[in-house]
Design a protein around this ligand. Structure first.
Ligand code: GLU
Length: 243
């Protein structure tokens, strides 16, 4: 399991995403990628170090985005298998940590229904399932898609026409970082500590809707309250302590 990061706020997402990815590198990875939403979604990814990808990506305009460091479980490390993965129209992008155990059956069904797959990953079924279930409400579409999948996941979903991020977890860690008119979602705390020390730890089964100035956590359709924690350690202290 490697790392995921999401940002939504007023600042340009691209440099923030690469900064956060560099904070996730200690976990190890074989490929990485980002997606930034402006008028459309732009995805850049490859089986390279984050620093190398950073140099290869042109300046992107957009204040919402997602990023991933991958440790391949299904499909070799390659550009096409790196995350984010998209739906047929490139409008929905997803980063995922974990393993979707029933992806073969879902993929066959989705192909039968006309969806076009390009990677060998288990993850790629998720954006296609969201596309299939999307009828104007992204949160509902994500919940319906996750109702179809079995296995483990921490995911963040970005959609071109929506000014929000949707995230969810099951058997894979996920936290929220609360900023000043900006919010972060990440697989672990060090990823976001350069920007905020206000953290919410999510629980299995939680779904999150994040906008620049709001966080809504729900499970089984009902909104729930999750306590905010103040992190008192820095990334450097955590590294010195062998975190
Ligand atoms: N199972 C997914 C893949 O192979 C995600 C791996 C990960 O957690 O990095 O792409």
């Amino acid at each position: 399991m490697c790392g995921i990061i999401g940002y939504i706020g007023a600042r340009q997402a691209q440099p923030i995403l690469f900064g956060c990815l560099s904070r996730l590198e200690y976990r190890g990875y074989d490929s990485c990628g980002i997606a930034v939403a402006g008028n459309s979604i732009k995805v850049y990814k490859n089986a390279v170090r984050a620093e190398e990808l950073r140099k290869a990506v042109p300046q992107l305009d957009g204040t919402a985005g997602i990023g991933h460091t991958r440790w391949a479980t299904h499909g070799q490390p390659s550009q096409v298998n790196a995350h984010p993965h998209c739906d047929c129209n490139g409008k929905i992008a997803v980063v995922h940590n974990g393993v979707i155990t029933n992806f073969q059956r879902l993929k066959q069904q989705l192909i039968h229904e006309g969806h076009k797959f390009i990677s060998e990953t288990d993850t790629e079924v998720i954006p296609h399932l969201i596309e299939k279930h999307y009828h104007g409400d992204l949160e509902k579409a994500v919940e319906a898609a996750l109702g179809d999948v079995e296995g483990s996941y921490a995911i963040i979903v970005l959609m071109a026409s929506e000014s929000k991020l949707i995230a969810a977890r099951k058997d894979s860690p996920l936290i929220i970082g609360i900023g000043d008119r900006e919010n972060f979602i990440a697989s672990d705390v060090p990823a976001i500590l350069d920007h905020t020390s206000r953290v919410i730890y999510l629980e299995d089964g939680d779904t999150v809707v994040a906008t620049p100035d709001s966080i809504k956590v729900s499970r089984e359709g009902a909104e729930v309250c999750r306590e905010e924690h103040k992190i008192s350690w820095s990334v450097e202290e955590a590294q010195r302590g062998g975190y």
